[in-house]
Design a protein around this ligand. Structure first.
Ligand code: KG4
Ligand code: ZN
Length: 334
C-alpha cells in the first residue's frame, strides 16, 4: 500500500518533457521544453534538429521535474519513457536518458506507448468508465479506439491519408500562418463571420475511417482561386469552412462509434483536442445525447510527459516492466 512515484519522459516529436506523477493521477511536476521556435523556420519538424535539441534539454528537464516534485530520486518507484510511435532519433534520446537513470538508481523501467499516453491523459481528469471510445486526434494520428477494459485497445477507425493535425498545419500554411498552424486556424475560424462551403469525407456509410487529404486539396484550390481573382480577406471564411468540415465528421463518427459499441464514455485526446471548436461541438453533442465525455485540459492535450506517467502507472500496478534492452519503435502499434 505504498505510494507510487513515476518519473516520466516524453521525446517522441518536438517537445522535450519530463514529469513526476503520483499514483497515476496526481501530477507533481510536468516540464515541457517546446522546440517550436526552432522548427518554425523550416515550416515543420526537422527530425535531426529535434534529436539534437532533445539532447540539449533532457538533463535539465529531468533535474527540474524531480526538483519541482520535491522528492529524492531514491523515492521514485519507476522511470517511464515513450518507446514509440514517433521520430526514431527523438525517441532514442528519451529512452537513453530513462535507461541510464533506471540503471543508476536501480529502478524499474516502463516503456510506454505515445497514444496510450494521450488516451490516459484523461485519467488525470477523472476515472475512466469502461467500455469507452477514445477519439485520438493529433499531428500524427486520427483514430477511434474502443477500450473494453483498462489496457485493451481495439482500433475501429483511422485516417486513410493525412492526420487531422497534419491537415490543420497544411491548411494553416496555405493561409499564411507559421508552424504549428492548428491554433491559428482555430482562432480564425471562431472569429469568422462567414463560412466557405467545403466537402466532407464520410467514406462508406458504415466506416469509422477518416480522410482529410481531399478536404486539404479543396482548401488549397479555393485559396488559389481567390488569389487568381485578386481577392483579399478570404482567409477567415476558409478557416471556418475547413474547421466545420473537420468537426462535423469527427463528432458524427465518434458519436456513432459510441452508439454502435454501447460504450459508456467518450474520451477526447491528442494535440487537436486543444481545438476550441471541436471541444465545444463535442461537449454540446454529448450533453444533448447524454453521453459522458472527458476532455483533458489544454496542457495535457499536446505532447507532455504527465500523460506518459498516467499510462505507465497501469503497467506499474501489474509489474509490467521493460528491460534495459528497450528499443525505440517509430511505428509501435497500440
Ligand atoms: O499531440 P501533438 O502535440 O503531437 C503529436 O503527437 O502529433 O499534436 C500536435 C498537433 C499539431 O498538428 C497542431 O497543429 C495541432 O496538434 N493543434 C491544433 C490545435 N492545437 C494544436 N489543431 C487544431 N486546433 C488547435 N487549437
Ligand atoms: Zn502526441
Amino acid at each position: 500500500n505504498q505510494d507510487c512515484y513515476i518519473l516520466a519522459v516524453e521525446t517522441s516529436c518536438d517537445e522535450t518533457s519530463a514529469a513526476v506523477v503520483k499514483n497515476g493521477t496526481e501530477v507533481l511536476s510536468n516540464l515541457i521544453a517546446s522546440q517550436i521556435e526552432t522548427h518554425k523556420a523550416f515550416g515543420g519538424v526537422v527530425p535531426e534538429v529535434a534529436s539534437r535539441k532533445h539532447v540539449e534539454n533532457i538533463t535539465l528537464m529531468l533535474e527540474e521535474a524531480i526538483r519541482q516534485a520535491n522528492i529524492e530520486p531514491e523515492e521514485l518507484s519507476a522511470i517511464a519513457v515513450t518507446e514509440g510511435p514517433g521520430l526514431v532519433g527523438a525517441l532514442l534520446v528519451g529512452i537513453m536518458a530513462a535507461k541510464s537513470l533506471a540503471f543508476a538508481l536501480d529502478k524499474p523501467l516502463i516503456g510506454t506507448h505515445h497514444i496510450a499516453g494521450h488516451i490516459y491523459a484523461n485519467r488525470l481528469v477523472q476515472p475512466i468508465e469502461y467500455p469507452c471510445v477514445a477519439l485520438v486526434v493529433s499531428g500524427g494520428h486520427t483514430e477511434l479506439v474502443l477500450m473494453e477494459q483498462e489496457g485493451s485497445f481495439k482500433l475501429i477507425g483511422q485516417t486513410r491519408d493525412d492526420a487531422v493535425g497534419e491537415a490543420y498545419d497544411k491548411v494553416a500554411r496555405a493561409l499564411g500562418f507559421p508552424y504549428p498552424g492548428g491554433p491559428h486556424v482555430d482562432k480564425l475560424a471562431l472569429e469568422a463571420e462567414q463560412s466557405e462551403e467545403l466537402p466532407r469525407a464520410w467514406l462508406e456509410p458504415d466506416s469509422y475511417d477518416f480522410s482529410f487529404s481531399g478536404l486539404k486539396s479543396a482548401v488549397l484550390n479555393a485559396v488559389n482561386q481567390h488569389k487568381m481573382r485578386g481577392e483579399e480577406g478570404y482567409q477567415p471564411a476558409i478557416a471556418r469552412g475547413f474547421q466545420e468540415s473537420v468537426i462535423e465528421v469527427l463528432v458524427e463518427k465518434a458519436i456513432r462509434a459510441i452508439r454502435s459499441t454501447g460504450a459508456k464514455q467518450l474520451l477526447l485526446c491528442g494535440g487537436v483536442a486543444a481545438n476550441r471548436g471541436l471541444r465545444a461541438s463535442l461537449s454540446e453533442r454529448c450533453k444533448s445525447e447524454q453521453i459522458s465525455l472527458i476532455i483533458p485540459p489544454f496542457k495535457y492535450c499536446t505532447d507532455n510527459a504527465a500523460m506518459i506517467g498516467a499510462a505507465a502507472y497501469l503497467k506499474w500496478k501489474e509489474s509490467k516492466f521493460s528491460d534495459l534492452e528497450l528499443k525505440a519503435d517509430p511505428s509501435l502499434s497500440l
